[in-house]
Every structure is written in C-alpha cells, then in structure tokens.
Design a protein around this ligand. Sequence first.
Ligand code: ATP
Ligand code: MG
Length: 554
Amino acid sequence: MDETTKNFIHDFIDEDIAEGGTYAGMRVHTRFPPEPNGYLHIGHAKAIYVDFGTAQKYGGICNLRMDDTNPSKEDVEYVDAIKEDIHWLGYDWDDRFFYASDYFEDMYNFAVELIKKGLAYVCELTPEQTKELRGSVGVPAQSPFRDRPIEESLDLFTRMRAGEFDNGKMTLRAKIDLSSGNFNMRDPVIYRINHAAHHRTGDKWCIYPMYDFAHPIEDAMEHITHSLCTLEFEDHRPLYDWVIENCSVPSRPRQIEFARLGINYTVMSKRKLRQLVEEGLVSGWDDPRMPTICGLRRRGYTPESIRTFCERIGVSKTASTVEYGFLEHCLREDLNERAARVMAVLEPVRLTITNYPEGKCETFTVENNPNRPEDGSRVIPFSKHLYIEAEDFLEDPVPKYKRMYPGNEVRLKGAYLVTCTGCSKDSSGNITEIFCEYDPDSFGGNPADGRKVKGATIHWVDAATALDAEVRLYDNLFSDADPDSGDKNFLDCLNPDSLRVLTGCKVEKSLGNADSARSFQFMRKGYFCADSRDCKAGRLVFNRSVALKDSFNK
Ligand code: ATP
Ligand code: MG
C-alpha cells in the first residue's frame, strides 16, 4: 500500500490520530489473524494487504496471530504454510508471531472477572434449549440460570475447567441484554465445554473461549490499535466493544470492518477448498486451479501481481464480486514486463525446408525480453527440420487465413521467410509433414528486396535440439460463475474441462533448466512457468499461468 492509497479505513485512522485520546502517541498496530485450518486463499491475500499494508502506510506494525481457539480443526502443517505464503506475498511480522491460545489463561481470568462483576453466569441450558429460548424480534431470550448467585457461577465455572462436566452440559454466558435487537448481545455464550486435545495446549483445557470473547482480548493483549476484519463481524462489534469495556484489558482496540473479496468462477471458503482436496477433485491445496496462494504461486502468479490486484480492487464496505479476468489481467500486465520470450510448439507438426542444406545449422540471436534490454539475449539454433504448430497450417485455407498453406509466404519468427510447397499425409489422411522453401536472402526474417510479406509470423523450434515437454492448460475450476450461491451444490458446478494436458510438446533447448520461479512467454501461446512439483531435469512440465489474450474489458 503506498502512501497515496486512501480508503475509508484510513479516514477512520486519520480521525483517531487527529482526536488523540485513546490513540495519542500510539503507532498504528494491526494484526492478521488466520485460523490454521487450511491454506490461505486470494481472499486472505486481500486481508493481508489491508492488515499489513495499512500498518506500512502509517509506519506502524502488524502482528501475525494464529486464531487457534477452536481445538478440533487445526494443524501445524497449516501454520507453516500460512507463514510461507505471507512471506512470499512480501510481508513480515518480525518477531511478533502469536497464537490465540497464548492467552487462554488471561481469557479465563477475564471470564472470572466478569462473573465476579455479575456480568457473566454459568447456564445449564443445552445447546438445543438455548436455541429454542433465544426469542425473536420483539420476544426476548430466556435463561432460568441468569440470576443465579455469583458464587454459584464461580464454583461451576471452576469445575467446568476442572473437567467435571461433559460437552454441552454448561456454558458461560455474558450477562448483557436478553431483549437486545442485536441477537449477538442476547447473553452470548463466551465459554463452552469441549473435551478435545488442542494442537498446542494439549489436554490442559477442556473449556474453550468463543471467538467473540477471545478476539477482542487477543487484540487488547497485543495492543492492537485497529482490528481490521470483514463485514460479517459488523453485528458483532457491540459485543467486541462490550468485552473491551468490561474486562480490565490493557488497551482499547477499535474494530473496523471491510467487505470480503469474492471472485467469480471459484469458491473461497477453506471448508469447501478442503473438500476439493480431500475428495481428490484437485491434485492438492496447491493445484494450479485453486484460488489458494500456493495454487496461484504454482500456476505462475507473482506476488507483485497479487498485490497490484488487491490495490486496484480497493477496500470498501460494499460486498462485490470481482471478475476472475481481472486477476488474470493483473498477472498478464506484470508478466508482460518480466517474462522472457521463448518459443514452444504445443501441438507440433514437422516442417522441412527442402532447399536448406541437410546438416547445416545456423543460429539466431534473440532478445530475451524486448521490454527489458537488461535481460540480455540468447542464441537459438535453426536447421532444415523444424516443428511448427499444427494449427498454423491448412491445406485448404479458409478466407483471410494468413498462416501457412501451399503457395503462401510466411515469416518464421526471427529467422527466414518461407513459402509452403505442400505436405505429406498418412493413410488415414493426417498430415505428417509440411514442406516449404526458404529465401536465403531473408536472414532475420527481412527480405533483401524489401518486398512486403502479407503472411503471418509463426513460431517454430529446431527439431534436432528441441526438448519434449508436457504442457498443462487451465480453465476455470467451475463452469458456473457463482458456484457458491443459492442452494447449488458447488461440487455439481465443477468444470470438467478445467485441465487440459498436452504431451509431446516441443520447446526450445534453453528451457531445459527452467526453474519454477521464472515466467516465460511462449510466443503466441501465453505465459508459462515450470511446474514446481512435477518439472525435473529430463521431464519438463509447464503450466500456463495465463493466456495472452486479455478478455478483461476495463
Ligand atoms: P474461510 O471461510 O475461507 O475459512 P475465514 O474468515 O474463516 O475464511 P480466517 O482464517 O478466519 O478465515 O481468516 C483470517 C482473516 O482473513 C480474517 O480477518 C478474515 O476476515 C479474512 N478473510 C477471510 N476470507 C476473506 C475474503 N474472502 N476476503 C477478505 N478477507 C478475508
Ligand atoms: Mg474462520
């Protein structure tokens, strides 16, 4: 987020700074609080951008905190992956890495404080009864335990902690307002019994704090000034403020909500993404079709393109769905600047230059990236036998076809002008080889006589030195623009053609040691990167990150 970025969150923070008061002399301090129950996705990238970016803009700091208050679903695998993804996106928390579970003892003590103040009580309604008695608009909620003596609640809460009661037997509820128009304030449950081992605290606890109670305490313990979260927490803010108000926490954070990011043709909930992984519908969390950060990375997205995307979609209070094409647009723009241009033939057919001497090999020097002369140039070989794209030849051309057909002259990118003379076919009529003659006076692709060549420029690779490769082309994971809406089952909306694997592709020799962190433009075919999992010396595998054609209309 650069200093000129301005959104409503900044307006609020500016107000706070101007007012002094609570925030006087404090530097802006935010946090990113993922729940380690899955890998981060592009929606989290927006939250990371907002949390870390806002701190950066104000010369402040941002903590990373694992929200591990729910014992059952979490895993260390996810913690490590989350850290890796945030670093990759270009953000850092320095030494401020925390777990919500670090504060379990503090939370317990604050709960005791509330009980002692008469602001919390142990309720023995079952979850079903609590639900039945929650009332409705105009009808208050009820709990027969609301007015039990403080001493009794203190005793029961101690025994809840000691493990005397089964799951669901009792809860601790904040005593706020049973008739509040905001149901979150109708004596919300702040502790429940859960005899489950926690990935960090083990069996130490069998009662766990609810998010709405835990989160404000975590923020306050870390002296967060601005707790930025998504819009679904807006109705929970009165409770957030109530906890801060009534527990003797060491600071007073302010919660500000912004709209979640939604992108069409994909789903963004970790639960659903996990289902895709567990049911084997994708190859893993980092399947290049997944909207996860690791999936996007494997697909060939750059951190810069994702940050640019977050910057441009902006931060607002209004939920909106962004077009997938816009994410691709941001990537294409970035790769256009940085990707080396190379030649690769995805569906190859042999081209033989009949008047070129057998055994001769010439070399052409081409710039790696015309946008960046500093990226240098490389030498590519050329000889009598080449491969070209099958779709670049038609025996009987359709109107306006400018590529190769008998009698037509085309330019072989960077090399020579050639005129097609015909082709050979196998017994079932498939083209096996195309023939042409070259103009020896057109080295580099420019005719000595200056004649205009109307034919297209087509890409090629030298047959003798080309390497075999597998190329994976991706389309949207879902064929429905909004697989998550209404009562659709998102699994029914999967796009059966989201992955197309091409084998026997031919790529220029220089790609033999491509590493997955670099992007290439396969001329006329799109931007590609070596697959970080499957590409090895001797087995080349490339992912198409994005096609060249920009379908995004601004
Ligand atoms: P999910 O439903 O995908 O699991 P979550 O909100 O439960 O999402 P958390 O790990 O709790 O996931 O999220 C960490 C932070 O990221 C939260 O502050 C949350 O608001 C934010 N976040 C999650 N999804 C999005 C999104 N689509 N757009 C913006 N922020 C998001
Ligand atoms: Mg969550």
